[in-house]
Design a binder for this molecule. Structure first.
Ligand SMILES: [Zn+2]
Length: 154
């Protein structure tokens, strides 16, 4: 699944990318353009806007209406759709620019990460788009902890 996400769902867009889903998210894009790109690129539109939802359906775009502003509820809805949130940067995309992450040699990125991170982790990834460095902590740990707390609540 590939996604096109409306401007209301920035956090959700980042999580989808971090789980490896190709996700179009650009707050500058107008709804009409977003819908057309979803159509051209075979993306599932995620929107909170009933009007945009209706237009997408009319255009033959697969669209999912997300009414909840509660992030945990949004995640549940994504899982119902078949999205699998992943706990590692392996096969992930950059949450900021949607480019695929590639494995990096520790020696090459050591200067770019905090010392404690360099000491605590051995595997690193970089984004070829923006150059950010990622490791199996921070962002991804947060994903796992949030999902665990959702499961606990049933
Ligand atoms: Zn990037």
């Amino acid at each position: 699944m590939r996604f096109a996400v409306d401007a209301m769902f920035g956090r959700l867009a980042r999580w989808l990318r971090m789980s490896g889903y190709d996700t179009l998210y650009d707050v500058e894009l107008k709804d009409g353009r977003l819908i057309m790109m979803a159509k051209e690129e075979g993306r599932v539109l995620l929107t909170r806007d009933r009007d945009a939802y209706g237009r997408a359906v009319k255009e033959g775009v697969r669209a999912v209406f997300i009414s909840s502003t509660d992030f945990r509820e949004q995640l549940r809805q994504m899982e119902e759709l078949g999205v699998i949130f992943r706990e590692t940067p392996e096969h992930a995309r950059c949450p900021y620019c949607n480019k695929e992450l590639v494995r990096a040699d520790k020696k090459d990125i050591k200067a770019k990460v905090p010392e404690r991170v360099g000491e605590a982790y051995d595997k690193f990834w970089t984004c070829e788009g923006c150059g950010r460095v990622y490791w199996h902590g921070g962002h991804w740990k947060n994903i796992m902890e949030t999902l665990r707390s959702i499961r606990k609540d049933g």
